[in-house]
Structures are given as structure tokens and as C-alpha cells.
Design a protein around this ligand. Structure first.
Ligand SMILES: [Zn+2]
Length: 89
């Protein structure tokens, strides 16, 4: 079972969290300037790598905090964690 270390609450079962996708590249600074195809590319066309992957998570059934983890998709080992709004480590 996957255990996720919430930076606010500590380690909890993954069922308390909502996965919010790839955090490997930032949201466009001005989405209004993107064409429909560029916005579609940003939202839906992502790599599915085997190995290290940055992910957004929301502690939906806990503190409701946002954070980023780095998870190895082959082993589910998680490291490091940063809170939403903080720099990535
Ligand atoms: Zn939490």
C-alpha cells in the first residue's frame, strides 16, 4: 500500500489524497496567450516515464494542503517533498 508523506501531517495512506498530475513543468505564466493547441498540449499531453516523476498531491481528506513529491514510478519510493507554493528541492 502506498503511504504518502504529507509535509503538514506526516505519513498517511494514499486513500486520503487526490493526485493532481505532473508537476515537472510549471503552469504557463499567462494561459490567455496560449493557442488552443498549446493549452491542450499543456493539459493533456504528458510523458509517462518509468523512474523519477514529480507529482502534485492534495491531502483532500486531511489538512487539504497541496504539495509536490518525487516518486519513482517503478518502486513507489517517495522523495523529497515540498509544500505547495514553496520552491522545489
Ligand atoms: Zn496533510
Amino acid at each position: 500500500m502506498l503511504r504518502i508523506p504529507c509535509p503538514f501531517c506526516g505519513e498517511r495512506d494514499y486513500t486520503e489524497f487526490a493526485f493532481w498530475g505532473d508537476a515537472s513543468f510549471p503552469r504557463p505564466a499567462d494561459p490567455q496567450e496560449l493557442s488552443d493547441s498549446e493549452w491542450s498540449e499543456h493539459l493533456f499531453h504528458r510523458d509517462n516515464p518509468a523512474g523519477q516523476y514529480l507529482e502534485y498531491w492534495h491531502h483532500a481528506l486531511g489538512c487539504r494542503g497541496w504539495f509536490i513529491i518525487q516518486r519513482d514510478t517503478r518502486t513507489h519510493l517517495i522523495s523529497p517533498v515540498c509544500r505547495g507554493g514553496e520552491g522545489r528541492s
